[in-house]
Design a binder for this molecule. Structure first.
Ligand SMILES: Nc1nc2c(ncn2[C@@H]2O[C@H](COP(=O)(O)OP(=O)(O)O)[C@@H](O)[C@H]2O)c(=O)[nH]1
Ligand SMILES: [Mg+2]
Length: 263
């Protein structure tokens, strides 16, 4: 019988120097993930540095590698497009989120997927869980991540998760349609915290596993001042813009408790 698919959605903007090593690193883990067929969907926003060409070259070696290209409209918009496309074309059991700059170690993938196999709906690679670390990141970036997590927890009214803004996650794909991606207003990095709150409001069972978030292999962070501003504005949205959907969500949460654990 065919194995269920685990699809990593990998957003890229100007990652030509990193992406070949990231893809080799990911696919080298395939044998350590016997329960799933591992796929990668690169969502490139017409990077001027030729990232897409590097991905097309890698496609010669990796049959489960896919690529979509679009206009640059921020990380959140790239994820919305990528996740929607992956679900439509591959019908994966698991969707994974990961950065394409080697800050997320592919060697952690088997552990994260095994936690999903244990029945968790969302597995977060956590920089702030015991055993996690962020060596080499400037102090102000650590502060932004730590403060960001506190703020998301407080404004979003969610349980004490240690890392709400991590971009390394496994998500049970059948929860995504309940998250109404199209209507998550965020375009940039704050998509990550909005999605997390949506998943939890939909009754997702979440677990964190420690990761070492090391420095970028090449290039620079794309986190802009605008992204940080959007993050602050979005906090208020998380708190106050409770849509009519919330009523439906409460209903769903009740039925979510009856869901069968992942096999
Ligand atoms: N497609 C796409 N990818 C993006 C965009 N902004 C950032 N990324 C990718 O998202 C990932 C995380 O971005 P990065 O700049 O490393 O963020 P940081 O790790 O928080 O500093 C990397 O793989 C980037 O190439 C964007 O606007 N579009
Ligand atoms: Mg990065």
């Amino acid at each position: 019988m065919a194995k269920p698919i685990a699809c990593i959605v990998l957003p890229t903007f100007n990652e030509a120097e990193n992406v070949p090593a990231v893809l080799s690193g990911i696919f080298s883990q395939a044998d350590a993930i016997p329960t799933h067929e591992l796929h990668v969907l690169v969502v490139d926003d017409s990077s001027p540095d030729g990232t897409a060409e590097r991905v097309r070259e890698a496609m010669q070696h990796f049959p489960h590698l896919h690529l979509i290209s679009g206009e640059k409209n921020g990380l959140g918009e790239a994820y919305k497009r990528g996740i929607t496309h992956a679900i439509k074309t591959l019908q994966p059991l698991l969707i994974l989120q990961m950065d394409a700059d080697l800050q997320h170690d592919p060697a952690v993938l088997p552990r994260m997927i095994s936690l999903a196999n244990d029945g968790y709906d969302v597995v977060v690679g956590s920089r702030f869980a015991p055993g996690g670390a962020i060596p080499g990141l400037p102090w102000y970036r650590k502060l932004i991540s730590l403060a960001g997590t506190r703020l998301v927890r407080w404004f979003g009214g969610i349980p004490p998760i240690r890392d709400c803004t991590s971009g390394y996650r496994v998500i049970r794909a059948d929860l995504i349609p309940h998250c109404d991606l199209e209507h998550l207003s965020t375009r940039g990095y704050s998509f990550q915290s909005s999605l997390l709150c949506e998943l939890l409001r939909n009754g997702a069972r979440l677990v964190e596993t420690p990761i070492i978030f090391s420095g970028r292999a090449h290039g620079e962070s794309k986190l802009s001042f605008l992204d940080q501003w959007e993050f602050v504005v979005n906090l208020f949205r998380l708190r106050f813009v409770k849509t009519a959907r919330d009523r439906a969500v409460r209903h769903y949460r009740r039925s979510a408790e009856d869901r069968a654990p992942l096999k």
